[in-house]
Write a new protein. Structure first.
Length: 76
């Protein structure tokens, strides 16, 4: 006696899902970026109001790191 064919799948998707629009996806497109990780920081609204974009935040933090390093060198 043969087992029933399990290849047939019940179509339980809703009719509004158009599967033809899902064609052409690339598997693992963002895998490398995901493996690198990310470091997101949420600024408080009062702090964020001083920075128009991410570049200005990075510049300010780099300046602060430079000042902190200089103070550490002077302390030693």
């Amino acid at each position: 006696m043969k087992k029933a064919n399990n290849r047939e799948m019940n179509d339980d998707l809703r009719p509004e899902y158009d599967l033809s629009k899902l064609r052409g996806g690339v598997r693992g497109k963002y895998a490398r970026r995901f493996q690198q990780g990310t470091n997101l920081v949420l600024l408080s609204p009062d702090v964020a109001s001083y920075f128009p974009d991410e570049q200005s935040v990075n510049d300010a933090l780099r300046s602060l790191v430079g000042i902190a390093k200089a103070k550490l060198r002077d302390a030693n």
